[in-house]
Design a binder for this molecule. Sequence first.
Ligand SMILES: [Fe+2]
Length: 215
Amino acid sequence: MFEPFEYKVIDNFLETQDLKIILNSLNPSEVNKISPNEVKIYKHFFKKGEIKNSSLTKEQVKKLHEKYHSKCISILEELCKEKIKIYDYSEMDIVLTGKNYKFPIHSDSPNKLLSCVIYLDPSENNGTFLYKDSKGNGKFEIKWLKNRALLFSRKENNTWHSYEGNNESTRIVLVYNLMTEQIKKVYEIENKNYYFGIFKTKLSPYLYKYFKVTL
Ligand SMILES: [Fe+2]
């Protein structure tokens, strides 16, 4: 089996009650309103005790963070332990992907230390596609399974991946990322050029907006 970069898959990642809490936080009429080519993100973060919330309450964000943070840190230790010391905060976004929406191949922004996506709903959809390069060679799917988590630690020009709807139903995931604000140190750890990396990061949203490509 071809595996383009190092990652971890953990089934039954969330406790069942937490999976229910997260899904129940969504307003069904808003979920039903997602248009086929739209992506909607309910943004939450936990940053040194400060909480930003959206569909989940602040108390729920705090509890979820307390329950899963150490599990994610120990996975980051396995995947890229040098990055643990530059951890600053956690993102906990619920992402609803319209059935025809496609997000192009990308390697993730440098502020993500550990990317964790947990498949929530429905019971069948597309998983996440991993690739050997930015052109899409060596496509490999981490198949969709309710409450399956895919985790990896991004690396410049390496952790190529994409996601898209299955043309049938809205794809709902929880993204729980360990994040940093110390971007220069990310490039030092990855042994890559900081200034070139920043240039790419700034250019990327425009390339995506106008040409639907990413760097
Ligand atoms: Fe990504």
